[in-house]
Design a protein around this ligand. Structure first.
Ligand SMILES: Cc1cc2nc3c(=O)[nH]c(=O)nc-3n(C[C@H](O)[C@H](O)[C@H](O)COP(=O)(O)O)c2cc1C
Length: 176
């Protein structure tokens, strides 16, 4: 996680201007080994950082639409820039968005324990790219949970974020 105090021209694309991201003063560049696990791990640990920053009164936005050549991060051989997180004091705290319901994202036979429902509700509050919420949470038996990536843009990062939220809501430890 590389904090770049000056976001520079990270968000100079037209789309980012329209979304309000271009005024973000700073960014966190998430850089890691270019392997098949890095996206999910970035989502999981990045969201812990995001929630911490929000708790300090800052505002954040995961952003996949950055201008890569303008991100002044150090990226060594064998590494990649996974995603960036915009950081600053927002004009407002954001607004309520549409969300899928609990039944849309779970696969359960029979009754759900309360800890599972608490985890799913927190997972539905997780940000996902273009608000796609393309994940499925399966209760395997009374104690174990499985997460399925239903595909989509940056969906492995989403899944890591969702696991982070599920863990916080359910109080259970999730292996990522
Ligand atoms: C992996 C990822 C990539 C995202 N990329 C962008 C982006 O490029 N531009 C943007 O405005 N928002 C982006 N977002 C923010 C989502 O659009 C937003 O979090 C989602 O619609 C849910 O809204 P909420 O954060 O208010 O809960 C991204 C979110 C995630 C998780």
């Amino acid at each position: 996680m590389q904090f770049l105090e000056d976001a520079g021209k990270t968000f100079n694309k037209l789309l980012n201007k329209a979304m309000g991201l271009s005024s973000a003063p700073s960014v966190i560049a998430c850089v890691g080994p270019d392997d098949e696990t890095v996206d999910q791990r970035t989502g999981y640990y990045g969201e812990k950082l995001v929630l911490f920053l929000q708790s300090l009164g800052l505002n954040t936005c995961w952003a996949g639409t950055y201008n890569e050549k303008n991100v002044a991060a150090t990226i060594n051989d064998g590494e990649k820039l996974v995603i960036v997180i915009a950081v600053g004091y927002g004009v407002d705290g954001g607004k309520v968005r549409k969300s899928k319901g609990v039944k849309d994202v779970i696969d359960v036979n029979g009754d759900c324990p309360q800890w599972f429902l608490d985890g799913v509700e927190m997972a539905l509050l997780a940000p996902t790219a273009i608000n796609q919420q393309k994940f499925l949470i399966t209760l395997k038996d009374d104690e174990s949970v499985e997460f399925t990536d239903k595909g989509g843009v940056l969906s492995q990062i989403d899944l890591g974020i969702v696991k982070c939220h599920f863990e916080l809501g359910s109080g259970r430890t999730i292996v990522i």
